[in-house]
Design a protein around this ligand. Sequence first.
Ligand SMILES: C[S@@+](CC[C@H](N)C(=O)[O-])C[C@H]1O[C@@H](n2cnc3c(N)ncnc32)[C@H](O)[C@@H]1O
Length: 265
Amino acid sequence: MNCFETAPEFIDEDNRQFRARNPISKEQMAAKHSVLMPESLVKGKTILDLGCCMGATGHWVLSHGATHYTGIEFQSEYAQSAQRLNNKYHPGKATIHCAAIEEWLSQPNLPTFDIVCILGVMYAFVDYFSILKLSTAITRSHLIVEGLYSGIAKEYPHFCGVQFVDDQTINLATEHGSLLGRGARVLPKGMEWLMLEFGFKSKEGLLYPPLIADIPDIYNRPLHQLGKPHPVRYLMRFERTPLKAQSLSQNLQTGIGMKESWSKE
Ligand SMILES: C[S@@+](CC[C@H](N)C(=O)[O-])C[C@H]1O[C@@H](n2cnc3c(N)ncnc32)[C@H](O)[C@@H]1O
């Protein structure tokens, strides 16, 4: 029995179960978390979860040995539920801040966390670079991302970049509906490229949750099914490394980098 079966409110009180596209369920949430945050990774660790919704990730990590969970959530109804439910099942081990991620991350003297999660939320920002820069600065070992593919990935699955969209959606806590707006979908190769900038590498590449019988799985779905009724998502885990990418501008300042002779042009 997975930990969402024994604490059903995390899913039963989450209105995302009523989404026509990508409804959440106990099985699906357990499958996603089992591949992203196995006990071997989270045991004894502190976790920060940006855009925590009902705090289900908190329940998963605290049920698998994490020492403390911090969630950041802007919508107060979700934040209150996240605090109440984690208090019920894990008293004293969870702190939920009802705040905007970008403002919370910009505070001085933030603590560091072993693991930082940015699941299903980075694509709601236009300034994704600052979110990653601030998040990685307080990540001791792993940063975990759930992202969305975009139309360009249908044609160019290995596109190393970001697609800007006007019709990004985010679930609303008090309705059976979503809010629309501008967003930036960083594709997996783009994530790898960006994360090297901050000294993080993905060892495993894309992670795929175990398939669930009879449920269209958005993480294992082929890219050609991308489209409105068929969102396709990806999961990645990045680990801090001593290596950091250097930009051309930094090469110019340090004198390090390959040179190209004009005679070859
Ligand atoms: C799609 S949900 C993902 C929830 C959870 N991380 C998961 O994977 O199941 C995104 C959540 O992020 C919250 N959110 C979006 N933008 C935010 C922001 N700027 N600051 C804080 N929370 C935000 C939304 O209210 C929503 O609850």
